[in-house]
Design a protein around this ligand. Structure first.
Ligand code: NAD
Length: 247
């Protein structure tokens, strides 16, 4: 049990990667607070946790709701040790077609939402005085430009840089801040690719391991970053991409 007696907040916990992370954290002995704007978070997602867990429907872009997410951790479990800012959205569109609405939508959830949750969690960790680990979700697209992912890549590049700034600010408080950089992971966010055999073939041909990643494979890295095994790791992005960025 690598996270025994820790309390973890996971946003986007009704989705593929968030649910896998929450489940692994629960298996590793953590109290888990699951947050998502989708109804499923209070139903089957919560029911999948093997240990103590609470769920809340909430929107990471709303400061009042974010404050309530953190308050729930403090009220129910006496504080917050781990926060995974995982909620995220995508809009795929080529540069000449992408709209301002697409850009605002993606930046709002991925950048504003990550900032709000990470800052609220960081303040709770400072209040708690026992350090902590904050994990954001960047992406391989923070490194690898794709013409049809302008908004998404910009948002994940911003998350990556924001993570480094937060790591610098939080180091004196004993709080580590790192990003995960998934490659192509088989979840709903990838459905435009996985539902299109030709697009899927193209994507797979560019992945050295020749397959999509599983949410559980991102969760393994999330356990590492949350645990004492990563006690000297901060300000990093851990790419979980089947070798894609090594090409
Ligand atoms: P997913 O669509 O399965 O899950 C995303 C979850 O976030 C959903 O349950 C959704 O309801 C929730 N969400 C969206 N907006 C929200 C909001 N405003 N407030 C609260 N919840 C909200 O996708 P996923 O693949 O599990 O993605 C998880 C994270 O991993 C995202 O940040 C995504 O950008 C990132 N990521 C995924 C991949 C991939 O290939 N799947 C690659 C790189 C990065």
């Amino acid at each position: 049990m690598r996270l025994k007696d820790k309390t973890a907040l996971v946003t986007g916990a009704a989705g593929g990667i968030g649910l896998a992370i929450a489940k692994r954290y629960s298996q590793e002995g953590a109290n888990v607070v699951l947050v998502d704007r989708a109804e499923k978070v209070e139903g089957e997602a919560l029911a999948a946790m093997p240990g103590p867990a609470r769920a809340m429907r909430g929107d990471v872009t709303d400061p009042a709701q974010v404050a309530e997410m953190v308050a729930l951790c403090e009220r129910e479990f006496g504080g917050l040790d781990i926060c995974v800012c995982n909620a995220g959205v995508i809009r795929a569109a080529e540069f000449l077609d992408v709209t301002l609405e697409d850009l605002d939508f993606v930046m709002n959830v991925n950048v504003r939402g990550t900032f709000l949750v990470a800052q609220a969690a960081a303040k709770a960790m400072v209040r708690g005085g026992r350090g902590g680990s904050i994990i954001t979700l960047s992406s391989m697209t923070a490194e690898l430009a794709m013409s049809n992912q302008l908004a998404y890549g910009a948002s994940k590049g911003a998350v990556r840089q924001m993570t480094k700034a937060m790591a610098l600010a939080m180091a004196p408080h004993g709080v580590r801040v790192n990003a995960l950089g998934p490659g192509s992971i088989d979840t709903d966010i990838m459905s435009t690719i996985t539902d299109n055999p030709k697009a899927l073939h193209t994507v797979l041909s560019r992945i050295p391991m020749t397959r999509l990643g599983r949410p559980e494979e991102v969760a393994g890295a999330a356990v590492f970053l949350a645990s004492e095994d990563a006690s000297y790791v901060t300000g990093q992005t851990v790419f979980v991409d089947g070798g894609r960025l090594a090409l």
